[in-house]
Design a protein around this ligand. Structure first.
Ligand code: AMP
Ligand code: ZN
Length: 119
């Protein structure tokens, strides 16, 4: 089921402070917090505070906000010391990609060699 923009979800609850998370950065419109099940030494989720389902719908509805999500991801990676060695930003979309939370989130991954293509 596609959620409407106004619906709440787990990441809306984290943004609202109603579910605990380890916050890494908090800008006006974007929150970055540690993934609860890290897949790399650095694994941070970067989310717009407003509920949008996935990267495609955010790009269509508010491309400026998507730009801020990506800028915040780069700041998180820089602050984690990843600027020189590199890092990955992943947006899973839909079931084949394994998107489990229907609130757009970028996975910032780094701190180890990241094989390509991913499994
Ligand atoms: P995806 O599979 O792309 O939808 O990613 C969802 C991510 O959210 C997974 O990597 C989970 O480990 C992560 N996650 C689920 N619940 C929480 C939570 N309460 N706090 C932080 N990360 C979470
Ligand atoms: Zn949400």
């Amino acid at each position: 089921m596609i959620r409407a923009m106004s619906e709440r979800c787990l990441f809306c609850d984290i943004v609202a402070g109603e579910v605990p998370a380890t916050v890494i950065r908090n800008s006006e419109h974007v929150l970055s917090f540690l993934d609860i099940n890290p897949q790399a030494p650095t694994h941070v989720l970067v989310v717009p505070k407003a509920h949008h389902v996935d990267v495609g719908s955010l790009a269509a509805d508010n491309p400026e906000l998507l730009g801020e999500v990506v800028r915040e991801a780069a700041r998180v990676a820089d602050n984690a010391g990843l600027a020189d060695r590199g890092w990955r930003l992943v947006f899973n979309v839909g079931p084949d990609a394994g998107q489990t939370v229907l609130h757009i989130h970028g996975h910032i991954l780094g701190g180890r060699g990241l094989a390509w293509p991913p499994g």
